[in-house]
Design a protein around this ligand. Structure first.
Ligand SMILES: Cc1ncc(COP(=O)(O)OP(=O)(O)O)c(N)n1
Ligand SMILES: Cc1nc(C(=O)O)sc1CCOP(=O)(O)O
Length: 308
């Protein structure tokens, strides 16, 4: 077994099917020094010393899996973890009939300091309209120091100098995405079933490993926001996917709100949650983000102390 496989198998309980391929996914950087994922990884590899040195230098640290944990590459990003991920959905907000624009609602959510990433999802508008919106939302995110990602549209993401891209099963395949995007982008992909996970793994070879930062997994629960989302996979389905792609972080998506966010983290073992309606449909998006973040933290505590 190669060092990569040892590392993965040791610290993350990776399935044999995953490790047998060598390393299907490269986690290019730890999600954030304060995240559960990073802490868990650091603890497994005894990396705290380097983590502290990076922090003193004002750098983030990253653990390239191919280095088997014996080398750390400080990553220049100022990004934090992705545990609370807002999908800024144009159609959802227009159907809300809110007097506030998508940018205003996003800005209010960002004021919480709890939203770790924002993705613009615009399925309906013209390219020009989405481009203008992307520029504005990108500026709002930059002001808050939060990464801005585009859904589906690599061209628009490049045009507005986004921080990342999220692609689904029908979008540009990841092996092409990574040929075109800057090396420091956050790249996410959707997978709602084990067969979709298998397809992602098969696209990745030892010579050309696919570079991914997270998987968006859902719908975990029923959602009115994405009508073609398919049947909910539930917490057990989520946990299976988390296990199948470990150590890649998984974000639970679809029907996630204050009543189930904690369970996604504690039982589903997700690294974070991605929401539309729970934040943008809330009376107070800032408060909603704070409450969700508190639930994420409770979920993490429950993993460590199940009796709480
Ligand atoms: C974080 C996150 N996870 C999943 C999705 C869904 O993406 P996709 O499967 O491409 O579906 P659409 O959003 O494009 O309808 C997402 N957008 N974000
Ligand atoms: C954008 C999206 N993707 C999903 C998936 O299952 O991949 S579910 C979904 C909609 C999420 O909206 P809400 O938080 O309001 O349920």
């Amino acid at each position: 077994m190669g060092t990569q496989s040892c590392l993965l198998g040791h610290c993350c309980g990776t399935t044999p099917a995953f490790t047998a391929t060598g390393l299907s996914f490269i986690q290019r950087r730890a999600v954030g020094s304060g995240s559960w994922f990073a802490r868990h990884r650091a603890a497994s590899l005894d990396l705290h010393g380097e983590q502290r040195r990076c922090r003193r230098r004002g750098e983030r640290y990253a653990v390239p899996l191919h280095a088997a944990g014996d080398r750390l590459t400080p990553f220049r990003s100022t990004r934090t973890d992705l545990s609370l991920y807002l999908i800024a959905d144009v159609a959802y907000v227009s159907q809300l009939g809110s007097r506030q624009s998508l940018e205003e609602l996003t800005e209010r959510a960002l004021a919480s300091g709890c939203v770790r990433a924002v993705q613009l999802r615009d399925k309906r508008s013209s390219l020009r309209k989405t481009l203008e919106l992307a520029k504005r939302l990108r500026a709002v995110c930059a002001a808050a120091g939060v990464p801005f990602l585009m859904n589906d549209r690599l061209d628009l993401a490049l045009a507005v100098d986004a921080d990342g891209l999220h692609v689904g099963q029908e979008d540009m395949p990841l092996e092409y995405v990574q040929k075109l995007v800057p090396a420091d982008w956050i790249i996410g992909a959707s997978a709602g079933s084990l067969s979709e996970v298998t397809a992602l793994k098969q696209a990745s070879t030892a010579e050309r490993p696919i570079r991914l930062d997270y998987i968006g997994c859902g719908p975990v629960f029923g959602t009115q926001t994405k009508l073609d989302a398919g049947a909910p996979i539930g917490i057990r389905g989520l946990a299976h996917i988390v296990e199948a792609v470990a150590p890649l972080p998984v974000l639970a998506v679809g029907g996630i709100g204050i009543s189930n966010a904690r369970q996604c983290i504690s039982q589903g073992k997700a690294a974070g949650i991605a929401c539309i309606s729970a934040i943008l449909g809330a009376e107070d998006p800032r408060r909603a983000a704070e409450d969700l973040d508190a639930e994420i933290r409770r979920g993490r505590d429950l993993r460590v102390h199940p009796g709480f």
